[in-house]
Structure formats: structure tokens, C-alpha cells
Design a protein around this ligand. Structure first.
Ligand code: 5GP
Length: 369
């Protein structure tokens, strides 16, 4: 019989972090935002556990460089050639940007070629097998995903491997035999249509709780991928015990994201000297990796067995990514002072989470400038 799990499955918008007295933190500057990650398969990395999504628009070199230079984690998408990646690594090294937290993405299609790509990167450009690999599939429940994961672990025993995506705790243990980090989240992304097209997905808050509990019990880590609307959602993910957060949409309107700035003109209600004022607004394109646009660009079309599970969006242009990165550091540090957490690592131990019906006051939202 089909079962319905009736307990509430919650998303970021259904909860808040309740401030409370904790250890005495006088300033945001006292908070340690770096964390040392000791991975299941032997490696250590240090940084603030926030990734850019491994998408063509935001998993690009310019975004990765900025995140790495701020001591965060970064992915680059799977459509770069090894020569492009090699050149990027060379230029980042010249600029003294550390590459320890850079994850190279591979997909499931044509596993031999993908693994060869990593080997070529190693032989030609000195990328050593102790670096980091992100194995990306929209649906990691298929057998092929596990097969590719096993093969990559065999070929690169020292690498840090992040694998996903999944949307239930039950599969975590199996994947952690080979992976270090499980990427959790199906259907939450801002450019995603999976829930509309398939009805599948799990709200992020409940998913993080479930997966973190299982993964941590065997020394694994999880990355909460997708659905970050505000910086506060990153804070919530850490408080819920996510080790890493991955975000795409919040970086998509920046200078550093791939693509040109697009301008559109709108007629306003204002009239000066009898002429109605035209306002120009600026945007950048953000598209899902399973969108028709991405399929046409990278896979030679949709294929008649598929439907598009991603969409193409025009995101308001927001200028340099520096401002968002500053907000991320500032927001997390401030959250720590509200809950008395001395470091990001301690957020989950210090946080009290409350379920709410109304998260934000949006009364003047349409007047924001
Ligand atoms: P965002 O931060 O924009 O809410 O979500 C980014 C995440 O959305 C990505 O890291 C990835 O997991 C997911 N994603 C990217 N493209 C697609 C797509 O075309 N379809 C679906 N279902 N998810 C996508």
C-alpha cells in the first residue's frame, strides 16, 4: 500500500533560529568562520563551507576564483576542457589563490572519458589525485551513478569526493562507502522544474536533518544544495547540521557569473515635459542544467525521451560578487553572535530552531530600491 509520511516536512521558510544567551561574544569579529573538515576517506580541508553551484552560469572560473580567494569552497562545471581548467589553475596559482578547496565536476555520461579527463589534468597540469572531485547527477538513485562513484574512488583513492544529488537519508550510507560528502537536495533549486514535472523532492530542512544524522554517524559530511533564497537560509542550514551549503541563484546576477548583462527598457508612469520616462533595468541569464537551453547548448538537443526539468530565468543584475560574499560572512558571523556560537562548527550545537507560520515582514517589499 502507498504510504503517506504525515509528519511535517519543512523548508527554510518554515523555520527561524531563536536567539538566546550563550557564551559571551562581544563582536562578530570574535567568531571563527573557518572550519577544519576531516573527511571520511582521509583528507582534511579548511574553509567556510559554502560552495557555488556546479552550473554553467555560476560554476565558472570567475566565481570560483572569488570564493577560493575568500577561503570558501568552489566548484567548476563539467563542460570545461582540461586545457581550460589547466590554464585556470595556472593563473590562480600565479595570483596566489589557493586551490585546495576547488572541486572539479564530472557527470555520469561517458564515464571513461570523464575519468580520463581527470587523469589528463593530473598528468598534464599537475592536478594531483589528492584534489577534489564533484560527481554530479540530477538523480543519484540510478545504478549507473553508484557504478561511476565506485570507479572514481578506485581510480583516485586519495581524492575528496562529493557525490549527489539525493533526497532521502536511506541512500547516504551506501554512497559514503566511496564518497566523502553527499550532496542533498532534489527539486529545491531556483531554476529547477523537477517538482513540477515529476512531483519528486524533499523540503530542505527535513532533508538536512535526516541526511546529516545518518552521514555523521559514519564520519561522512553533507552539502545542502539548492533553495538558498536569503543569507539567513545558509545560517539555518549550518544550524541544522549541514557541513556545506551550495548555492546558485544568489550568485547568478553578479558580474562574475557567466554571460552578458542584458538591458530591458520599461515605460514608467512618470512624465517629464510631456514625455513618459523610460527606465532601463539590467539582468543576467540563469538557466538550470536540465533546462532545454542547457540541453541545446551542451547535449545537442533535448532528446525525445526527456522533459525539461530546469528553466531559463532573467535575474536582476547585482554588480560585483564581493558584496554578496561580504553579506555571507557578515550574516553567518552575526547569526553566531545571536545564538552564542564561537564558530561555524558550533552553530548546530547552539541553535534552537522554531517552526513558524510567518518568517518575514514583506509589507514594503515592492517599494525596495
Ligand atoms: P539555487 O541555489 O539556484 O536555488 O539552486 C542551485 C541548485 O539547483 C544546483 O546546485 C543544482 O543542484 C540544482 N539545479 C541546477 N540546474 C537544475 C535543473 O535544471 N533542474 C533541477 N532539478 N535542478 C537544478
Amino acid at each position: 500500500m502507498t504510504q503517506i509520511l504525515a509528519e511535517p516536512y519543512l523548508d527554510y521558510s518554515n523555520i527561524l533560529i531563536r536567539p538566546k544567551m550563550g557564551i559571551n561574544l562581544n563582536s562578530r569579529r570574535d567568531v571563527n568562520l573557518q572550519r577544519v573538515f576531516k573527511f571520511k576517506h582521509g583528507q582534511n580541508r579548511t574553509g567556510l563551507g559554502v560552495f557555488n553551484a556546479n552550473m554553467a552560469t555560476v560554476g565558472n572560473f570567475a566565481v570560483a576564483k572569488k570564493l577560493l580567494s575568500r577561503g570558501m569552497f568552489a566548484t567548476i562545471h563539467k563542460h570545461y576542457t582540461i586545457d581550460e581548467i589547466g590554464e585556470f589553475m595556472r593563473s590562480a596559482t600565479d595570483e596566489k589563490i589557493p586551490l585546495d578547496n576547488l572541486f572539479i565536476t564530472i557527470g555520469l555520461r561517458d564515464a571513461d572519458a570523464q575519468i580520463q579527463k581527470l587523469k589528463d589534468l593530473e598528468n598534464k597540469y599537475g592536478w594531483t589525485s589528492s584534489r577534489n572531485i564533484c560527481i554530479d547527477a540530477p538523480n543519484f538513485y540510478i545504478q549507473k551513478a553508484l557504478d561511476v562513484l565506485k570507479r572514481v574512488r578506485d581510480e583516485f583513492p586519495d581524492a575528496v569526493i562529493m557525490a549527489g544529488n539525493i533526497a532521502s537519508g536511506d541512500i547516504c550510507l551506501k554512497l559514503l562507502d566511496y564518497a566523502d560528502i553527499i550532496k542533498c537536495g532534489i527539486g529545491s533549486g531556483s531554476a529547477c522544474l523537477t517538482r513540477r514535472q515529476t512531483g519528486c523532492g524533499t523540503p530542505m530542512v527535513s532533508l538536512i536533518l535526516e541526511c546529516a544524522d545518518i552521514a555523521h554517524s559514519v564520519g561522512g559530511h553533507i552539502c545542502a544544495d539548492g533553495g538558498i533564497v536569503d543569507i539567513g537560509d545558509i545560517c539555518k542550514a549550518f544550524c541544522l547540521n549541514a557541513d556545506f551549503v551550495m548555492a546558485g541563484g544568489i550568485f547568478a546576477g553578479t558580474d562574475e557569473a557567466e554571460g552578458d548583462i542584458i538591458n530591458k527598457q520599461y515605460q514608467t508612469n512618470e512624465i517629464i515635459n510631456g514625455v513618459s520616462v523610460i527606465q532601463t533595468k539590467y539582468f543576467k541569464v540563469y538557466y538550470g542544467m536540465s533546462s532545454e537551453y542547457a540541453n541545446n547548448k551542451f547535449a545537442g538537443g533535448m532528446g525525445n525521451y526527456k522533459t525539461s526539468e530546469g528553466r531559463e530565468l532573467l535575474i536582476p543584475y547585482t554588480g560585483s560578487i564581493d558584496k554578496i560574499l561580504q553579506d555571507i560572512f557578515g550574516g553567518i558571523a552575526s547569526c553566531c553572535t545571536y545564538i552564542g556560537a564561537a564558530s561555524v562548527k558550533h552553530m548546530s550545537k547552539c541553535a534552537t530552531i522554531i517552526q513558524v507560520h510567518n518568517q518575514l515582514n514583506k509589507v514594503f517589499e515592492k517599494y525596495s530600491v
